[in-house]
Design a binder for this molecule. Structure first.
Ligand code: NDP
Length: 398
């Protein structure tokens, strides 16, 4: 049906490549390209399908990207490199006339700040070129927005309170490790908290607000309010929301390590001079931490991510909880990666499938909740991320 170029061969790229290779009738030709070609070759060899080729590319370099895209001529570029590359890849897509999908919004390298404004600024260019850009199509962002759209479409007349809850109750056996790119992960969880209430953003100190929440099949876990990127688009696309928050579980051991890392300056993003050479502390830290893609082998337990929503249906107050639990062991057995990469890579594959099937295809730049959630929700059940619903339950929030 279509040709797709995947850029990025980390944990998420591994899962996207595995899942696409299982559907040759949709993804008839696949190219997996990244900075380090040997990683692409290793993934392709493990998958062992005959419609996948690999290539080397520096995704910071637009002319290089354009040459690669023009030589392979894909219908869609799936960006699962790092958020720093979003704009260069979007530029290259525009130049070569190809549509685009990613799983994380743009972040400038020299500023720990993520916002959609940089990518939303491409709307007119994509519209004029007749191309589609699908932003944030992982789990969160991604499925979290699609769950919200599905709830608004089928379960409520008005959604008013949204809490996205993200629990990783897995154990990888390491004293400290991050489940996806350490640089991006540490930048995300150490920044100030922020949530939406009554038409305005409310700022908090990092990890200032927390409470225990119970997760299905897992039990109670301390959950911390953090800012997460999908809140920015969800409060615009669902203007009836009176409050929107994001919660993530952290263990005490993780938080203690994080505090020490920050206190000693290892989370810094400003280059320092070390023995005559400039190094960025957080990039050096990344080099010594366990690699996220290597955590899977000993990972046990599950993730549980969902949306807890309160609103009005037929004139009455209603509560609704939709979630997925994903086992680290099962994810590893299937793709050789842990559940965080799995829960991100599967939605990226489904988003690409939606585009190739013409179900999510429109000129412009879109967040996932702007498309019809129904075909995507159906595919989540088919391709490894089944979802469950609970109605009129205690959401554990006021
Ligand atoms: P990894 O660090 O494991 O992999 C990133 C890959 O991108 C590596 O193969 C890396 O190459 C490659 N890369 C980095 N810079 C460049 C470049 N300039 N040119 C070409 N390739 C490059 O990250 P993950 O797989 O864990 O995450 C991938 C993306 O998914 C990230 O953007 C992350 O933020 C996002 N994500 C989204 C989630 C969601 O739910 N929405 C959840 C988790 C992650 P090399 O091997 O040479 O370093």
């Amino acid at each position: 049906m279509g040709k797709v170029l995947i850029i990025g061969a980390g944990g998420v790229g591994t899962v996207v490549a595995h899942k696409m290779a299982e559907l040759p009738e949709i993804f008839s030709e696949i190219m997996l390209a990244s900075r380090t070609k040997s990683k692409c070759d290793a993934i392709a060899a493990r998958i062992g399908c005959n419609n996948m080729v690999t290539a080397q590319v520096n995704a910071d370099d637009v002319p290089q990207l354009v040459r690669l895209i023009n030589s392979f001529k894909p219908d869609l570029v799936v960006n699962v490199a790092l958020p720093y590359q979003d704009l260069t890849i979007m530029d290259a897509c525009l130049e070569s006339g190809v549509s685009y999908l990613d799983t994380a919004n743009y972040e400038p390298l020299d500023e720990a700040k993520f916002e959609y404004k940089w990518q939303w600024a491409y709307r007119e260019k994509f519209e004029k070129a007749g191309l589609t850009a699908i932003l944030g199509c992982g789990f969160d962002p991604g499925v979290s927005g699609i769950y919200t759209a599905y709830a608004a479409k089928h379960h409520f007349d008005e959604i008013q309170y949204l809490d996205i809850v993200d629990c990783n109750a897995g154990n990888h056996g390491k004293a400290f490790a991050t489940n996806f790119n350490p640089e991006i992960n540490i930048r995300e969880v150490t920044q100030k908290g922020k949530y939406w209430e009554n038409g305005a953003w409310v700022w908090t100190e990092p990890h200032e607000i927390h409470q225990p929440l119970s997760y299905p099949r897992i039990g109670e876990k301390e959950s911390y309010l953090i800012y997460h990127e999908e809140l920015e688009s969800l409060v615009i696309n669902f203007p009836t929301l009176k409050r929107a928050r994001f919660w993530m579980t952290f263990g005490l051991e993780y938080l203690t390590h994080l505090r020490v890392i920050q206190n000693i300056g290892m989370a810094g993003i400003v280059p320092i001079l070390y023995e005559g050479k400039e190094i960025v502390p957080i990039q050096f830290l990344k080099a010594v931490l366990p690699k996220p893609e290597e955590l899977g082998v000993n990972y046990t337990g599950e993730t549980s991510i969902g949306c807890r929503i309160k609103g009005i249906k037929d004139g009455k107050e209603k509560t609704y909880y939709i979630y997925n639990n994903c086992s680290h062991e099962a994810a590893y057995a299937e793709t050789g990666t842990q559940a965080i990469s799995f829960t991100t890579g599967v939605p990226a594959m489904i988003g690409a499938k939606m585009f190739l099937e013409g179900k999510w295809k429109s000129p412009g730049v879109f967040n996932v909740e702007e498309f019809d959630p129904d075909p995507f929700m159906k595919d989540l059940n088919l391709y490894g991320l089944p979802w469950y619903e609970l109605t009129d339950v205690n959401l554990e929030f006021d």
